[in-house]
Design a protein around this ligand. Structure first.
Ligand code: FES
Length: 109
């Protein structure tokens, strides 16, 4: 089974099993990683924002225009920001590393 690592806000690295076909958001929820994902992956929020490790960013499928539009609304947007619900685990992403952004719009900004 592929694995992926979340870097939590306190700097803790959490490496978890990442079943193929699940989104990064779904994987986070299975393992109590603090990504909100308010719209459950329907591209209607930006609370599933994650900052992808630079080495991995280029390996991801490019974001759709809808994802880019939503990302523009994300708090603490960075060059390698993506929406976690749009990143689907594949064999090629085994070892993926993403960091939680400093805050989301809903979390006391
Ligand atoms: Fe809302 Fe990803 S969960 S856009």
């Amino acid at each position: 089974m592929p694995k992926m690592t979340f870097i939590e806000r306190n700097g803790n690295h959490k490496t978890v099993e990442a079943p193929l076909g699940l989104s990064v958001l779904e994987i986070a929820h299975r393992h109590d990683v603090d990504i909100e994902g308010a719209c459950e992956g329907s591209l209607a929020c930006s609370t599933c924002h994650v900052v992808v490790d630079a080495a991995w960013f280029a390996k991801l499928v490019k974001p759709t225009e809808d994802e880019e539009d939503m990302l523009d609304l994300a708090f603490d947007l960075q060059e390698t920001s993506r929406l976690g619900c749009q990143l689907i685990m594949t064999d090629a992403l085994d070892g993926l590393v993403v960091k939680l952004p400093a805050a989301t719009r809903n979390a006391g900004g």
